[in-house]
Design a protein around this ligand. Structure first.
Ligand code: SAH
Ligand code: HSM
Length: 314
């Protein structure tokens, strides 16, 4: 076997089985400080959190209406919460829909910085007294291991994984585990970038080069849909159009542009470590009219998120 060929990630779409070559590129998520910096800048330059909030306020209330089956207590699991801003918006919609219930909230987040920000946010909101938070500083797979080791029998009414499945090795096994925790009428919500739009095109064209860093993967909701279809799991899906100002990416040596490129490619120090061909190809794709629009002197990357809603296992 060629040692340079590695299969680290299990893809579920039929066109995705060719082996991935080992690469000298490092995954951005390896370096928590730089990941958080580039994620923060990405949030400032993109409409991502706004489009998530639109989904949360306009669609989520209907999705959450049927959960709980009349119970006075709900269990929630949030995986890859980041600093918790999106999670708390969701919690607040859940509370509005079910104002009488108390909530147990398991937060699963491996970054201590992010977990700390989330804890500070919660400490500033005494109105959250209907919720008990359990802080799990760990990855999704460590959480699964712990859960199984402790032989937990608790069921969840609402599980969500917002923009985090890029960082798990086995997408299908992770989804199946969290879906298996759902109680009657429970819901699992996943969001990722969609195969439609600029990010999908970037993943499709450069998956082999960018995916070989071993810890983060070019996955889109197409991979989720392929997996769910193969298992006969039904789901609802919502398109969430978003955009990001990537103008700075095209100024050689621009510090912010480099941070944004790291986030777009998920590669640590992409500008300094990628081959000149890969860098030129990625930049060309990013500014191609299929992926971006020009407005005045700005280059705006157009992409979609997709939210996939899965019910309890049948
Ligand atoms: N859900 C938040 C954060 C998304 S960024 C939001 O939408 O704003 C992705 C998050 O996943 C980061 O906070 C990162 O620390 C976390 N993460 C990375 N690897 C993970 C893993 N294996 N399991 C769970 N979370 C992970
Ligand atoms: N590859 C990471 C894509 C992303 N993460 C978008 C959050 N938003």
């Amino acid at each position: 076997m060629n040692p340079n060929k590695i299969h680290r990630f299990i893809f579920y779409c039929p066109d995705r089985f060719e082996p991935i070559m080992a690469s000298p590129l490092m995954s951005l998520v390896h370096d928590d400080d730089r990941y958080q910096k580039s994620f923060q800048l990405f949030l400032e330059r993109s409409s991502e959190h706004q489009c998530m909030k639109d989904f949360i306020h306009n669609k989520l209330p209907h999705i959450l209406a049927s959960i709980g089956d009349g119970k006075s207590h709900l269990n929630v699991i949030e995986v890859g919460s980041g600093a918790g801003d999106i999670d708390l918006e969701m919690l607040s919609e859940l509370h509005k829909k079910h104002p009488e219930v108390t909530i147990d909230n398991e937060v699963v987040e491996p970054s201590s910085q992010q977990l700390h920000h989330y804890q500070v946010l919660v400490s500033q909101k005494p109105e959250l007294n209907y919720t008990k938070f359990t802080w799990n500083k760990m990855t999704a797979s460590e959480f699964e291991e712990n859960w199984k080791q402790k032989k937990m029998t608790k069921k969840a009414d609402f599980v969500h994984m917002i923009q985090m499945l890029y960082y798990v090795k086995d997408l299908g096994a992770t989804i199946s585990f969290f879906q298996s925790l759902l109680d009657k009428n429970g819901k699992l919500i996943i969001t990722l970038v969609s195969d439609k739009g600029g990010w999908g095109k970037l993943c499709q064209k450069y998956r082999n080069q960018l995916c070989s860093t071993g810890i983060s993967y070019c996955v889109t909701t197409r991979d989720i849909r392929c997996f769910l279809d193969s298992k006969g799991v039904s789901y609802q899906s919502f398109d969430l159009p978003s955009h990001m100002d990537i103008t700075e990416c095209f100024t050689e040596g621009d510090e912010k542009g480099e941070l944004l490129l790291d986030f777009l490619t998920e590669v640590l120090d992409f500008s300094k470590t990628a081959s000149p061909e890969l860098k030129a190809g990625v930049l060309e794709l990013l500014r191609h009219p299929d992926c971006s629009s020009r407005s005045e002197d700005r280059v705006v990357f157009i992409y979609n998120l997709e939210a996939i809603v899965i019910d309890e296992p049948t």
